[in-house]
Design a protein around this ligand. Structure first.
Ligand code: T1G
Length: 694
């Protein structure tokens, strides 16, 4: 018996229960308890069979990730699984919640596995930059076949109970109470004289070309990653080596991945994402408002995507637009998006119909009188937004949350256009809004704790990663992006070319380089915002144009005009260098008296990356972001920053803030005010501290 594992006897069935909330992670205490309870059950002559399960919300969801990098206390997970595999009496794993990683590997060490209908299983270690290191790459291929195991292990995706039964991971689905059902099933296994079944004794067979084919099939989406390919190598061992050799090979590859900077980055992201959901100054017991109905202002690209999020979460949503034509067009695009998803087999026609049934359109704001939240997604203009919020203030019921999808404007100023600023908040979605995971949630000066807590919770409900930030120009993501884009353009004025700059960031792991991103987002979008801001700020202040503005003035708006920094062939999104752009850059350098020079890839990398870090440090210093990890989550989920690099702030931490500061100080000397080092960065560098020490 231990604090973490209990043993109960139900007739001739021993029930071993793991109790280590919140997810029954297989920490040291659990491992010790599992072995001692097994010994007791095996020593008990009354016992015929052992049932293993987890208490609370789930079967063990893996090894304890917080133990990684620390000396491992005995017994390690291998020994625990071996003990269960060699148990004198048969063992039935009874799964509910999520049996993941080491948890599923433990279950694979048992003779039989049953589960509740809502259970899910998986080996998501690849998402932590590692691989299943307790026999998963050896036992799963033996149990369900190599191809199916490759898909599960390399994707890291969870498998629902029904599918797990079809694949043979589960042998039986339990209806009703899990413990009672599992004990009854255990008795039937004994009564039916079911044989012991050790997966290790089974064979894994596959044609050798399967692994090469599979590797090719993941090459594009696993670009830059280490772990997916190490997973394939380990599973190949299950086919080509004897069990023990395959286990040793798995161990070697596991340690290699665990020591990799990639895994450090991905593990950082695992915890940073969970931390980002916490708002220290909003108490856990803050009352939440019910969100049973939503409204969206604007049936454009963003409005349509936002509405789909609500419908996907089962929340009825009404879209308001200024005219029927706009409304019909927006609803038509939504229908088209769903039809494309049905075609890809990701949702059924019935699910599409159900979701479309939750989306309605209207021209009159009165249709929003009873909704619980409205998200305004109209054109990015302050006067228009104020007008809209004035109307919402007049028609929406007391307690309705009034949210704006602005990506740059002052949410305080928008809130001031209502008599209820405490109910106003920013919900900055990313395009395409029904796909991108990030939701930058902007707390304004008067936003109430209830509205913050409700919106953070809603983000999870609509399957977003919500990160809370303060109000400033461009909030966190776009403010940093502004510096990053501008530095890329300065590099172009000094001698670099668009494809050179983009290749550096792309090869490092970004989904796209800065110039290709500008072409995708639309060069004209930033241009119009910059012009509007310049006009509203100081009409007499000469507007410092960038080379991007020169492109816009040439009518090169990016992919939408098939000309931007690159040229795009009809129907293609493949960027091709355009000599006309190179000529324009040379012209601008000449006008600015800049002698163009060869610029190294390393300088390009540092100048782009350290703009993100330096501005990120200012944002932390100002309290616009609560944690450096929040900034990392924003960049990985919103801006295509490679997850295996852990985010810009984590990356800087790994380089060492002293080194980063010294490089920035040098850039400041050479390139001037755009490189004024962040005061926080300077302080941490001098004190030999990191962002995590904050
Ligand atoms: N170890 C330690 N803490 C964990 C944990 C784990 N494996 N999983 C979750 N937590 C913490 C988490 O940080 C949070 O803490 C709380 O539990 C609730 O989590 C040898 C080596 C299970 C699907 O990768 O995917 O086994 O923030 O907010 O949304 O091969 O957690 O409250 O302080 O995410 O309901 C493999 C990781 C490990 C699964 C639940 N296992 N976990 O999701 O809650 S590697 C995984 C999840 C391994 C072996 C290898 C999810 C979840 P706090 P949560 P949730």
């Amino acid at each position: 018996m231990s604090d973490f594992v209990s043993l109960e006897r139900r007739g001739s069935v021993a029930v071993v229960t793991v109790n280590n909330p919140p997810v029954n992670a297989l920490g040291a205490g659990v491992r010790q308890g599992l072995v001692s309870c097994l010994e007791q059950a095996n020593a008990d002559t009354e016992i015929d069979i052992i049932v293993l399960l987890g208490s609370g919300r789930t079967f063990p969801a893996g090894a304890d990730i917080t133990e990684f990098g620390k000396p491992m206390a005995d017994p390690d997970l291998h020994e625990v699984i071996l003990a269960y595999e060699n148990s004198d009496k048969p063992v039935l794993a009874a799964i509910h919640g999520t049996a993941l990683g080491g948890g599923l590997e433990l279950a694979l060490g048992c003779d039989y596995r049953c589960g509740s209908a809502a259970a899910r299983v998986g080996l998501p270690e690849v998402k932590l930059g590692i691989l299943p290191g307790a026999g998963g790459t050896q036992r799963l291929p033996r149990l369900i076949g190599v191809e199916a195991a490759l898909k599960i292990i390399v994707s890291g995706d969870f498998v629902a109970a029904g599918k797990a039964l079809d694949l043979g991971i589960l042998d039986h689905i339990v209806d009703g109470d899990l413990v009672d059902g599992a004990v009854a099933h255990a008795r039937s296994l004994i009564d039916d004289g079911k044989p012991r079944r050790r997966i290790r004794d089974m064979n894994a067979e596959a044609p050798p070309e399967l692994f090469d084919t599979f590797e090719k099939s993941i090459a594009r989406r696993a670009r830059g990653y280490l772990a997916p390919f190490k997973c394939i190598e380990a599973i190949r061992g299950a086919v080509e080596l004897a069990f023990e050799e395959g286990m040793a090979n798995e161990r070697k590859l596991f340690i290699e991945c665990m020591k990799s900077p990639q895994s450090a980055g991905q593990r950082h992201m695992f915890f940073a994402e969970r931390q980002s959901a916490k708002v220290p100054d909003v108490p856990k017991d803050t009352p939440l408002r019910t969100i049973a109905g939503a409204g969206v202002i604007g049936a454009g690209t963003m409005g349509g995507g936002i509405a789909m999020n609500f419908a996907n979460a089962g929340i009825p949503v009404t879209i308001i637009d200024i005219d029927q034509q706009g409304l019909d067009k927006g609803l038509g695009i939504i229908e088209g998006n769903y039809a494309a998803t049905v075609k890809k087999g990701r949702i059924s026609q019935a699910e599409m119909d159900q979701r479309m049934g939750l989306i309605s359109g209207a021209l009159d704001y009165a249709a929003l009188a009873q909704v619980d939240i409205v998200v305004e997604a109209a054109f990015e203009g302050m006067s228009l937004k104020k007008e809209i919020f004035g109307k919402l203030d007049a028609v929406c019921k007391p307690g309705a949350i009034l949210a704006t999808n602005t990506s740059t404007l002052d949410v305080n100023e928008i809130a001031a256009a209502t008599g209820r600023p405490q109910d106003v908040i920013g919900t900055h979605f990313f395009s395409p809004a029904n796909v991108m995971k990030l939701l930058e949630i902007v707390r304004a000066g008067k936003t109430s704790a209830e509205v913050i807590a409700t919106t953070m919770k809603l983000a999870r409900k609509i399957n977003k990663v919500g990160v809370l930030v303060g109000v400033c120009d461009g909030f966190v993501g776009n403010r940093m992006l502004h510096g990053y884009f501008n530095e890329a353009q300065r590099l172009l004025e000094e001698g670099a070319l668009p494809h050179q700059v983009d290749k550096v960031l792309y090869d490092w792991g970004f989904a796209m380089g800065p110039l290709a991103v500008m072409d995708l987002a639309g060069i004209d979008v930033g241009w119009r915002i910059r012009k509007e801001k310049a006009a509203s700020r100081d009409p007499d202040q000469p507007y410092s144009s960038t080379v991007a503005d020169r492109l816009a003035e040439m009518g090169r708006f990016g992919q939408k005009t098939r000309r931007g920094w690159y040229i795009y062939q009809e129907g293609s999104r493949v960027p091709q260098p355009d000599p006309e752009v190179e000529d324009m850059l040379k012209q601008v350098s000449k006008e600015k008296g800049i002698t163009r020079r060869d610029i190294t890839d390393q300088e390009i990398f540092k100048r782009c990356m350290y703009q993100l870090v330096n501005i990120g440090a200012d944002i932390l210093d100002e309290g616009i972001a609560m944690r450096s990890g929040d900034i990392d989550v924003i960049y990985v989920y919103g801006y295509g920053f490679p997850v295996f690099r852990g985010g810009p702030m984590f990356y800087a931490e790994r380089v060492g803030l002293k080194q980063v500061y010294d490089d920035i100080a040098k850039f400041h000397e050479i390139h001037g005010v755009t490189w004024r080092p962040s005061a926080l960065l300077k302080r941490l560098a001098e004190e030999g501290k990191g962002f995590n020490d904050l």
